[in-house]
Ligand binder design. Structure first.
Ligand SMILES: NCc1[nH]cc(CCC(=O)O)c1CC(=O)O
Length: 299
């Protein structure tokens, strides 16, 4: 039996898919997997800021169409790029183990971290979540938009004369460029994007056979975190035009969930946390979103 796995063609997408396939092969030695690379609209538009073209779904729509058509049997994505609501006819399986959820600073030679950045330093990021949280601790920074794959962005430090950029630790670690990381930013300083570092495996809704196979690599802790953070995302109902983040810490039987929400201009950012039992992860995400929206809109 052969399973076709759809993926984008970027280096990160390919290593993520390769990792999932190799984990699946370890526990399903009789199954053959074939990787199918699919070019998406998001990959074709490279000159426009993501903020302007918006729509998170841009990178996944073509892949989802092939899945519905039956040309592929499963698809691997970065969970943080997936819209809160699944596409009709498709679903996400339980999730495999997450990579480091934090954001990192990659700085030019000679700079050792956030506290070491000179006054007015130029930092590249296209994410409002990263921008406004950085400005909260360092209002003097000059944040400039930047796009592209991980290696493209890193190369822009030199070609565009930046002092540094912000990236997800998970991406840079997965593509083997960990050595470029200057500083890990704690979740207390920069709340990560919901499900950052986690992978989404998407299948046809009625494909129980695929679901059984993917359940063989499921990670319970990651699932609790993703349930809490994505439930927050879903209830906030935001776009990528607003600063928004969520991170769930697990301590034994309990979760500690932090959520962030702001307006488009970043003038007002609300951050709150909630504690609950692991089994209430989804409820907690929803409750936290409601608390934050209420506080944000009342103040
Ligand atoms: N928005 C692009 C994107 N989508 C997923 C990752 C990294 C992997 C992850 O977050 O799981 C990245 C790069 C980045 O944000 O630095």
């Amino acid at each position: 039996m052969k399973i076709r796995v759809g993926t984008r063609g970027s280096k990160l997408a390919l290593v993520q898919t390769g990792w999932v396939v190799s984990e699946l092969e370890k526990v399903n030695p009789d199954i053959e997997f074939e990787t199918v690379i699919i070019k998406t609209t998001g990959d074709k538009i490279i000159n426009v800021s993501l903020d302007k073209i918006g729509d998170k779904g841009l990178f996944v729509k073509e892949i989802e169409m092939r899945l519905i058509d039956g040309e592929i049997d499963m698809a691997v994505h970065s969970m943080k790029d997936m819209p809160a609501k699944p596409v009709p006819g498709l679903k996400f399986t339980k999730v495999p183990k997450r990579e480091d959820p934090r954001d990192v600073l990659v700085l030019r030679e000679g700079l050792n971290g956030l506290s070491d950045l000179p006054e007015g330093a130029v930092i590249g990021t296209g994410s409002k979540r990263r921008k406004y949280q950085l400005l909260k601790v360092r209002p003097d920074l000059n944040i400039v938009p930047i796009r592209g794959n991980i290696d493209t962005r890193i190369s822009k430090i030199e070609t565009e004369n930046l002092d540094g950029i912000v990236l997800a630790a998970s991406g840079i670690i997965r593509v083997g460029m960990e050595d470029y990381i200057t500083e890990y930013l704690s979740e207390d300083i920069i709340v990560p994007a919901p499900a950052q570092g986690a992978l989404a495996i998407e299948i046809r809704e009625d494909d129980n056979h695929m679901e059984d196979i993917i359940n063989t690599i499921y990670d319970e802790k990651t699932q609790i975190q993703v349930d809490a953070e994505r439930s927050y995302l879903s209830e906030i109902d935001g776009s990528c035009h607003i600063p928004m983040g969520a991170y769930c810490k697990i301590d034994g039987e309990n979760i500690h969930l932090t959520g962030l929400f702001g307006d488009e201009s970043g003038e007002k950012i609300t951050v709150k946390s909630i504690e609950d039992r692991c089994e209430n992860a989804q409820e907690a995400g929803k409750k936290l979103a409601q608390m934050i929206l209420k506080e944000h809109n009342n103040e």
